[in-house]
Write a protein that binds this ligand. Structure first.
Ligand SMILES: [Zn+2]
Ligand SMILES: [Zn+2]
Length: 130
């Protein structure tokens, strides 16, 4: 099996998700297209792709690594109850990333940003336990 084909499918599956899936979730869906692919191969490809900047691996509070097809640094919202991770539609200070317009950023290279809000998502906020 061609490696590029595997990555194409993984990237396509991830691109259809806005909910920042785990490697296990990605594996389940990739298997529909590539039935013989192993979980280890999916993990390895996700690692390679996040190291090369094709996708982003999220450093969230949870123990399970989640993946994001959006590679521009952006803040996240994590639900403490169900673990859902959503993107926030907030503007960031993009000038820090270009490194040229901000005095402070001069001489520094900013590579990543890790902002995570946490709380209850719409579903968990609305549901009562009774
Ligand atoms: Zn929730
Ligand atoms: Zn995201």
């Amino acid at each position: 099996m061609r490696k590029t084909k595997q990555r194409e499918v993984i990237l396509r599956v991830l691109g259809e998700h806005i909910d920042h899936p785990s490697a296990d979730t990605i594996y389940e869906e990739v298997r529909k297209f590539l039935p013989r692919i192993s979980l280890g191969t999916v993990y390895r490809n996700l690692d390679i792709m996040s190291e090369s900047g094709t996708i982003m691996k999220l450093e969230t509070g949870g123990s399970i690594k989640r993946f994001d097809p959006v590679t521009v640094p952006h803040p996240h919202f994590r639900c403490v109850k169900c673990g859902a991770i959503e993107d926030l539609p907030f503007e960031l200070n993009e000038s820090l990333f270009s490194g040229s317009t901000d005095d402070w950023a001069h001489g520094r290279t900013i590579q990543n940003l890790n902002i995570e809000y946490s709380g209850l998502c719409i579903n968990c906020n609305g549901s009562s336990s009774s």
